[in-house]
Write a protein that binds this ligand. Structure first.
Ligand code: TXA
Ligand code: MG
Length: 316
């Protein structure tokens, strides 16, 4: 199916148009503070199914439901003490909580893809918040990229991958955080399911103990994480102190090169996360078919950055 994808401004008229399209079951991409999401009304099965079609995404991958606040989240999921502590500390913000789903709360069955749990997120991005308030309903949204590709941090990235396949994208400029939300499961012991925009250390401080890790089942209930994900077309070589002939270079801190881009010349991991997907795209567009990547420390947001780089480098 091809449609003309509308580029909507992030003003009152654009948000009204976006909310109207969502209510009709159409797909609208919108900015959050992490990355752009591909939104659909989470209560309409056909609208949710269109997300999978537009992304070319495997059916079994469950979706995050975006809501404006904790009260709305509690309509769809059951929060234990740890989940409540995390929600109170970090919502709105780059944190997704996977909690036991409430039966009969009105979400499409496709949202949880057969799992007993639901992923809920309260974004802090101003455009996302405004859209949630106008639409006044739960918005299912994966990252707004074709399945397996780098997540979009600008409206133009969304159009690169999905133009003609979705009704609209709201242009809210560059995403502030630049990597996806941290996902924590609170259905047995609090578990880190995906490192992301909220540093793991901050989450552990809020619950007063270390997070367990995702069960290594290889199934999508240990989320998302098909080994090759977030993949640019070029091959990636990680922990490279300098590029080899023919490689472009993604630098960090003191490791930089005239042949490439530097995620953060000053070694700031927050700046590096915000630049990561945009710079991978820019280097991917160069004629060289290989990208060497400087070492990035694995603390704070560096964990999410290294996670995405390892997946982008995985054999496919
Ligand atoms: O920052 C973000 O989280 C962005 C923005 C748009 O909110 N969204 C995002 O969605 O990254 P997506 O679909 O690209 O990644 C969501 C991950 C997937 O790996 C999925 O498997 C996992 O969340 N997930 C969703 N529901 C789940 C559930 N019920 N149980 C376990 N994992 C779940
Ligand atoms: Mg994604």
């Amino acid at each position: 199916m091809t449609t003309r994808t509308e580029l909507l401004p992030a003003d009152a008229a654009g948000l009204d148009r976006a909310a109207g399209l969502l209510a009709k079951g159409a797909l609208v991409a919108f900015p959050t503070e992490t990355v752009y999401g591909l939104g659909a009304d989470a209560r309409q099965g056909e609208a949710v199914a269109r997300i999978f079609e537009a992304k070319g995404r495997p059916r079994f991958n469950p979706l995050i439901v975006h809501v404006p606040d904790l009260a709305a989240a509690e309509r769809y999921g059951r929060f234990d003490d740890d989940a409540l502590a995390l929600a109170v500390a970090f919502w709105p913000g780059p944190l997704t909580l996977v909690v036991p789903a409430r039966e009969g709360a009105g979400l499409s069955d496709l949202i949880s893809a057969g799992l007993p749990n639901v992923a809920l997120r309260v974004p802090r991005g101003a455009v996302a918040q405004a859209l949630l308030h106008r639409f006044a309903g739960p918005i299912a949204a994966p990252s707004a990229n074709p399945s397996g590709r780098v997540s979009p941090t600008r409206a133009a990235h969304v159009l690169d991958g999905l133009s003609g396949r979705i009704a609209a994208v709201i242009d809210g400029g560059a995403a502030e955080v630049g990597v996806e939300s941290t996902i924590i499961g609170c259905f047995d012991h609090p578990r880190l399911l995906r490192p992301g925009g909220l540093p793991v250390e901050a989450a552990e401080a809020a619950i007063g103990r270390p997070l367990a890790h995702a069960p290594e089942t290889g199934s999508p209930s240990a989320p998302g994480q098909l080994a090759s994900h977030y993949a640019p077309a070029a091959a990636l070589r990680l922990n490279a102190n300098a590029p080899r002939p023919g490689e472009s270079y993604l630098g960090f801190g003191p490791h930089g090169s005239a042949e490439g881009l530097n995620l953060s010349p000053s070694g700031d991991l927050v700046e590096a996360a915000a630049n990561l997907f945009d710079y991978l795209r820019q280097l991917d567009a160069l004629p060289s078919r290989a990208i060497a990547v400087a070492p990035v420390p694995a603390t704070g947001l560096g964990r999410a950055i290294n996670d995405r780089l390892e997946r982008a480098a995985a054999p496919r």
